[in-house]
Design a binder for this molecule. Structure first.
Ligand code: GLV
Ligand code: MN
Length: 226
């Protein structure tokens, strides 16, 4: 093939690969209308879609886009000393198809938001009160850690394991934003020790190189999911 033709073919192939790759790199799919307020009621029917079906426009009100769900602190009186309150499409129907959501995280003194991932979103956390030690770990095992004080922010890339710890003796509060209407949260501890039905003890013992008795002890702490 002549070099001129070869470079044209390579250029075309590159363009096709790029076009196919874009949807893979995107977060939630783009909207095709002004809004598609989630019709929670329709979930009881046989229809299943990726997201929620739209409410009939004549039934949509401003309330569908409003929520005070983040106005009150979450209850941090639990073993980890933190509480995440989500404002996602399950709480705010107007978020359906808009590709974004938020959460409020309250921390007791020295409280921890345990290691977890969001399979469908990158998270950006903004500290409203107090000061946090935060970190995420890459798929290659590198830990990126920072202290984030009141008025500062930090980014947790999509799908990567991350945590926060209140590094002070007073309560702390943060707001997180996500580029998904429903980012999903998977706690590492709950996934390994609190699944239903449980992960086999011998698998965990082998994976973590610990005794089966230790696995059973840890499992007993995760019968109640937080
Ligand atoms: C914090 O990491 C959160 O997911 O809200
Ligand atoms: Mn998170």
């Amino acid at each position: 093939m002549a070099p001129k033709h070869l470079s044209a073919v390579l250029l075309a192939a590159g363009a096709i690969i790029l076009a196919l790759a874009v949807p893979l790199l995107a977060g939630d799919p783009d909207m095709l209308q002004d809004f598609c307020v989630a019709d929670y009621g329709s979930l009881k029917g046989p229809l299943r879609v990726n997201g929620f079906p739209c409410k009939r426009p004549e039934n949509v009100t401003a309330d569908d886009f409003f929520s005070n769900v983040l106005s009150l602190p979450g209850n941090t009186g639990n073993p980890v000393g933190s509480a995440v309150t989500a404002a996602n499409v399950e709480k705010v129907p107007g978020l359906n198809t808009l590709g974004m959501s938020m959460s409020r995280v309250d921390y007791a003194p020295w409280g921890v938001n345990p290691p977890h991932t969001h399979p469908r979103a990158t998270e950006i956390i903004f500290v409203l009160e107090g000061s946090l030690d935060v970190a995420f770990v890459t798929t290659g095992g590198n830990l990126y850690a920072h202290t984030v004080c009141k008025g500062e922010l930090f980014v947790f890339p999509r799908g990567l394991v991350h945590f926060q710890r209140n590094n002070g003796g007073a309560p702390a509060v943060a707001i997180s934003a996500f580029n998904s209407q429903l980012p999903g949260t998977q706690s590492l501890a709950v996934a390994m020790f609190g699944s239903s039905p449980p992960m086999p003890t011998d698998v965990l013992a082998r994976a973590l190189q610990i005794d089966g008795g230790v696995v059973e002890t840890i499992k007993s702490k995760f019968t109640l999911k937080y």
